[in-house]
Design a protein around this ligand. Structure first.
Ligand SMILES: [Zn+2]
Length: 423
């Protein structure tokens, strides 16, 4: 069902989105520090993007802090910060129950998604995500195609909107730790565009490459060249494409290649007594091999202690960018106050925060530590293959304005793509 009416809008979480004039594809490139595309373009590895950007929109935006995957993917698909949608990390601590709770279940989501709202309004919607940890959150309440590459060998029409996604894409199932996992996301996106021409598509990759390879390296450039080829195909199909990232990525090691880690649990044990405080690293998830659960953001639940004073003491450490007590952190970073600890701690760019040395398995780290989570990974690209002249030049943009840019600001393509849409 397609409606031609240009004045039709869909309201979600306090914002109105115009009905797409052409298929809209929002891409979340996991861990895409702006330098990755700058370097790849400079190296000639992104011929499509090099041509598309001068005609389109090239801006930078701020992601949500903690600069982690799930809070930002959910912000992008809801158009609002975690204070509204509720997902502020992979884990939070239930103080009453004394257990750490994984937040990858839709019951922790407090807002509907733009994807579900468009599907409800009659749009055809498709979502492909690399890892399965995001699938149920992204697809919550949504009718349409929604599957993860990780589980592409087990999709059903009833649950994922498509039978046998593996056969549909026609590629072998990639390893969860591989560049191919992300390549499959785009191969699927192009196939879906050819076959179903969805009105709205959301494609989300994994940062496996970015965790191991710095911008401008041969492996990183090859990865961006791969994506550029798929984007060219989506562009040729007439899609309005917005490219953004969930967060950036920086080296968290010294000149010797060793990780630079502040062990916060050890420190608080020392200050307050063993086990009195509980440090939560919300980057922790079932796939920690490439970062050892080390990022630049932590939150700590304190015993009956003066959070303001502890935050002040932590903030004075050379590794630390800032430490805020709960209320100040919730306000500054737009976080749900009931899902963060008494103190929020962000480390400086070259440092990561751990709990204690014995609780991090670094054996899977086969390259010097690169990670994210802090303010130093907040800047991300917000690119579009269409011009958006009405977008205020001086405004602070957010990555969760990606759908706003695509649907409300991007100017439609010239005649050929519009004609194709009528087919
Ligand atoms: Zn990520």
């Amino acid at each position: 069902m397609k409606t031609q009416a240009n004045d039709r809008t869909v309201a979600v979480n306090g914002r109105r989105y115009a009905w797409p004039q052409a298929p809209v594809v929002v891409v979340c490139i996991d861990g895409s520090e702006p330098a990755y595309m700058d370097e790849a373009i400079a190296a000639g590895a992104m011929p499509w993007l090099s041509q598309a950007l001068p005609r389109g929109t090239r801006r930078l935006a701020d992601c949500v802090v903690p600069s982690f995957t799930n809070p930002n993917n959910l912000s992008i698909v809801t158009g609002v910060p975690p204070s509204v949608h509720g997902i502020c990390g992979n884990y939070f601590y239930d103080r009453q129950a004394g257990v750490e709770i994984m937040m990858n279940d839709p019951r922790y989501l407090r807002a509907g998604t733009i994807l579900a709202a468009f599907a409800d309004a009659g749009a055809s919607v498709a979502v492909v995500t690399a890892k399965d940890k995001l699938r149920r959150l992204l697809g919550h309440g949504m009718t349409g195609v929604c599957f993860s590459v990780e589980k592409a060998d087990a999709t059903t029409k009833a649950e994922h909107g498509i039978d046998d996604a593996l056969g549909f894409v026609g590629q072998a199932l990639p390893s969860v730790y591989s560049a191919e996992l992300s390549a499959f996301v785009f191969a699927a996106g192009v196939k879906l565009m050819e076959r179903f021409r969805p009105d709205v598509m959301y494609l989300s990759t994994t940062d496996y490459i970015q965790h191991k390879h710095a911008p401008g390296t041969a492996t990183a450039n090859a990865f961006y060249r791969m994506m550029d080829g798929y984007w060219a195909a989506l562009d040729a199909a007439g899609a309005t494409i917005v490219l953004t990232a969930d967060h950036g990525m920086n080296a968290k090691h010294g000149a010797d290649g060793k990780p630079q880690i502040l062990f916060l649990q050890t420190l608080l044990d020392d200050w307050l007594g063993a086990g009195e405080a509980r440090v939560i690293l919300p980057i922790t998830d079932p796939y920690v091999a490439h970062h050892g659960a080390l990022g630049s953001f932590a939150t700590a639940y304190l015993p009956d202690a003066d959070a303001m004073a502890i935050a002040g003491r932590i903030a004075a450490l050379p590794e630390i960018e800032l430490a805020l007590e709960r209320r100040a952190a919730a306000e500054r970073f737009e976080l749900p106050a009931d899902r963060i600890g008494d103190v929020v701690v962000v480390s400086r760019k070259p440092f990561a925060i751990g709990t204690s040395a014995d609780r991090h398995d670094l054996s899977g780290l086969d390259a010097p530590l690169r990670s994210h989570g802090g303010l130093s990974e907040q800047r991300v690209p917000l690119y579009c293959n269409r011009p958006a002249p009405a977008l205020p030049a001086e405004a602070r943009l957010r990555n969760f304005s990606a759908f706003d840019l695509a649907l409300n600001y991007a100017e439609p393509a010239a005649a050929p793509a519009t004609r194709r849409r009528a087919v």
